[in-house]
Design a protein around this ligand. Sequence first.
Ligand SMILES: CC(=O)SCCNC(=O)CCNC(=O)[C@H](O)C(C)(C)COP(=O)(O)OP(=O)(O)OC[C@H]1O[C@@H](n2cnc3c(N)ncnc32)[C@H](O)[C@@H]1OP(=O)(O)O
Length: 428
Amino acid sequence: MATTPRTAAIVGGNRIPFARSNSRYAQASNQDMLTATLDGLVARFGLQGQQVGEVVAGAVLKHARDFNLTREAVLGSRLSASTPAYDVQQACGTGLEAAVLVANKIALGQIESGIAGGTDTTSDAPLAVNEDLRRVLIRLNSATTLGDRLKALRGLRPGQLAPEIPRNAEPRTGLAMGDHAAITAKEWEIGREEQDELTVRSHQNLAAAYDRGFFDDLVTPYLGLSRDQNLRPDSSMEKLAKLAPVFGTGDPAATMTAGNSTPLTDGASAVLLASDEWAAERGLPVLAHLVDAQTAAVDYVHGGEGLLMAPAYAVPVLLARQGLTLQDFDFYEIHEAFASTVLATMKAWEDPGFCKERLGLDAPLGAIDRSKLNVNGSSLAAGHPFAATGGRIIATLAKMLHEAGPGRRGLISICAAGGQGVVAILES
Ligand SMILES: CC(=O)SCCNC(=O)CCNC(=O)[C@H](O)C(C)(C)COP(=O)(O)OP(=O)(O)OC[C@H]1O[C@@H](n2cnc3c(N)ncnc32)[C@H](O)[C@@H]1OP(=O)(O)O
């Protein structure tokens, strides 16, 4: 029997304020933050003791003990323990990818409701042991006699005792994501001033949104924080101009600083999705619908494409499938991994050569109206706890579309490590 796909509704979201790394949430684990975030969502939508179809979430940096972090968070939360839950991981696209998975199951009628989310902490990063030491420890664990234990330890050297600390770098190139972004910034001739301007706007927009109460029903205070700790309402071009470059520093004309790059951040977010019927039965709002989504990947290792440029490729596929142009949107949410990445992506869409040769289009996608971009701030100001960014953006955009009224449309574009990108369209 054929089933008719339907479009999943976004009921609303919840997140904890995002904290600077090694600061307010230094003692909190991913599980603590995700559990608190789920409980905030449960409280907001009256889901105490209830079972939702599925909870799908993830973390980019996960301890080995967190086999199924999401299920553990559900068991620690006030949701019914009968709620199935599992982890996904798509780097910085994790939160959005989780929402797409939930939305697709709702669309197919396999579930009526679900929660998508993400959490990350660089304060509680997983440390690994040296590969040789790990094998020794495994042998030691299964050794039954003193002789076997001593044999297992034989050959172990002091240098092998040093822990392996996760680096914010691409495994295939050894370069930090910021250094990759600096290469792209140079290729697309993205200037320091335009990066700093985008950064100031992000801080101003986020601060204004908090001041007008926009986040009152999206953010639940946690561990003494009620606003994102990275937010600097007094951010200015003058202050940003004083910062020294931190990425691509081999180049004397390097432009990327701690100000126009996202900081290392701790936090979690979650979004409640459902069928229209499920929401109506409970008297819950429908802010928007997740209409469609697309992923793309680029060859940043041998293909000469920028590590964070995959959304530039994913968006035209999505537009073509939906019969839309890049200008047919009321809001654009382009994840600010680095200010230069947002600017390079927009420049690529405007560039006839890029659009023809790399995207195979007859004409460039064109410019977007900058006054519709990240109007309530984005990752430069809020911070970027990798897997939690998607949930922050979906909940923010869904509320913006709802406030704007029916028939409004928003584009989400998230670049991710590994040369990947996840993009989606929401409509009110
Ligand atoms: C797909 C993706 O999303 S890829 C992106 C993934 N994320 C990343 O790669 C994270 C990148 N970020 C980082 O690695 C780090 O945050 C860095 C290297 C950029 C900066 O690290 P730190 O040097 O520890 O940053 P810190 O917070 O101390 O800031 C450095 C200085 O800049 C200043 N600063 C930062 N932002 C601003 C601002 N908006 N306005 C004014 N000053 C600022 C700070 O006050 C600080 O000044 P100080 O030294 O006088 O106190």
